[in-house]
Design a protein around this ligand. Structure first.
Ligand SMILES: [Zn+2]
Length: 487
């Protein structure tokens, strides 16, 4: 079989017309797509965007948003790019979500600076540095047909014949790219790998089809990108401009921005119960007789390392035996691997276990974390209905939040002795002086119904997002219930 393919390739090569490069090669594709003289490219279209890591449950794809406007403006020399998008969440049949609103995205990369431009309601648009996004946005520049060909030429790409065309491989920076060029000299597919905390080395695969002549430039009219096994972008391109002005000037705020150090603050909620904040995602540490229980391992390893250090400082000389995970959304599970390395048992809804096992078994070599080095096996304790962890003194109740549109394997944690509720994403308090929402968030309404159903006597709500500790009165106010309503 291999010999036969080699023979066919040899004949194909020998019979190619004498002028220009052989069809299906890197050179022929570069010529056909005009890669060498493409300094900038701008393409626009509509389609769908999908929110990576936010599947409604671990067996489903990333949730979809309709894109009503999308423009990518790329300057290959800088390299720099600006992506503008207007998107709105698609509500899946049978799933209750907040009423979708248009989200306007304006994001930039230039060299090693990344930033977004956006505005808080009523404020002027201002650049917000996004130093953690540099790797992913750089990948997007070279994951365009002309960009791939230019990067291949600049990075000593190797080429092997494949299916009438070629497979082209190179490394740019620390990222590996593998592209497929077909017999029509079109870049058909580009694969590259980026680090994401849950999935580790994450394949990003962009496929290009329906190539057309856009005012003299060959460009695909259909672009689909998959990341972590599901689509993140499905774009129908309607216009392409080559070598127009692309002005991506780095604002001062973004010029030397670095990822800020992780901050962990602590607030004592009751004897042996600590609310660990300091960033966008919070955790709780609970002092049990001979061990520590942590609620939530969000974001990524740096946060876990800092939270673990703070928990051990507050509760010395005890191991972290359990980590309770509220749900599998990546921003709430990206730090779990560090707790596995720490020797903690991951306590999560049974629906999540198989997903974590598969994800964590994959290579995490691009940005090796502690677990990649220790290779410890994950220990799980799972449940599908109300569950209790106890040291015989302090019970910690875990309750699935039933019927939430946010996630199907979603839990809240309740301390019946202290009457403290910890929950993520169902109710995120705003600042004490902020106006109340005009429409109640259905996730918060659902949380309230679950608290009622379980007859929990909640005195304090330690939300895993948001600026402050709240009470049932705050939750009731947020969902438009009168404050004298009993819970
Ligand atoms: Zn979530």
């Amino acid at each position: 079989m291999r010999t036969w393919i080699a023979l066919v390739a040899l004949i194909a090569a020998a019979t190619t017309a004498g002028c220009g490069a052989k069809a299906g090669t890197l050179e022929a594709s570069s010529e056909a797509l005009g890669a060498a003289d493409t300094r900038t490219i701008e393409y626009s279209g509509t389609g769908k965007w999908f929110q990576f890591g936010q599947a409604p449950n671990p067996t489903l794809a990333w949730p979809a948003f309709d894109i009503s406007a999308y423009t990518a403006s790329i300057d290959y020399a800088a390299p720099a790019a600006r992506i503008q998008m207007t998107r709105k969440q698609v509500i899946e049949p049978g799933r209750v979500r907040p009423a979708p609103v248009d989200q306007k995205v304006d994001q930039y990369i230039s060299g090693t600076a990344a930033w977004n431009v956006g505005a808080a309601p009523g404020a002027a648009p201002a650049p917000q540095p996004q130093p953690a996004a540099v790797e992913e946005r750089t990948m997007e520049v070279w994951s365009t047909p002309q960009g791939f060909l230019k990067a291949a030429a600049a990075n000593n790409a190797t080429s092997t014949p494949s299916g009438g065309g070629s497979e082209v491989t190179f490394t740019a920076g620390k990222s590996k790219y593998v592209g497929t060029i077909n017999a029509q000299n079109q870049v058909e597919k580009i694969q590259t790998w980026i680090n994401t905390p849950v999935l580790g080395d994450t394949l990003v695969e962009t496929t290009f089809s329906d190539y057309r002549d856009f005012n003299g430039t060959q460009f695909p009219a259909h672009i689909v990108r998959q990341q972590g096994g599901y689509p993140v972008l499905d774009l129908t391109v309607s216009s392409v401009t080559k070598n127009g002005a692309v002005d991506v000037a780095v604002p001062d705020q973004a010029r030397n921005a670095t990822v800020p150090p992780v901050m962990v603050t602590s607030e004592k909620l009751a004897e042996g119960v600590y609310y660990l904040k300091g960033g966008s995602h919070h955790s709780l540490a609970i002092d049990q007789t001979d061990h520590i229980v942590v609620i939530e391992g969000p974001q990524e390893e740096a946060r876990s390392v800092a939270v673990i250090a703070k928990a051990k400082e507050l509760i010395p000389n005890k191991p972290i035996k359990y980590l309770i995970n509220t749900h599998a959304h990546f921003d709430h599970s990206g730090g779990l691997r560090t707790y596995v390395d720490e020797g903690a048992t991951i306590v999560t809804h049974e629906m999540n276990k198989a997903y974590y096992e598969k994800a964590w078994a994959a290579a995490h070599t691009l940005t090796p974390d502690r677990l990649e080095q220790s290779k410890k096996a994950a220990m799980f304790e799972t449940f599908s209905s109300d569950y209790v962890l106890t040291d015989g003194r302090r019970p910690i109740e875990i309750h699935p939040i039933q019927g939430s549109g946010h996630n199907d394997a979603f839990v809240m944690v309740y301390l019946p002795r202290e009457k403290i509720l910890a929950e993520a994403d169902a109710f995120t308090p705003t600042a004490a002086d902020a106006p109340l929402p005009t429409t109640p968030n259905p996730f918060s309404v659902n949380l309230y119904e679950n608290i009622q159903r379980l007859k929990l006597d909640v005195r304090q709500i330690a939300a895993l997002h948001g600026p402050r500790l709240t009470t049932m009165a705050d939750l009731r106010a947020a969902i438009g219930q009168r404050s004298n309503t009993t819970n």
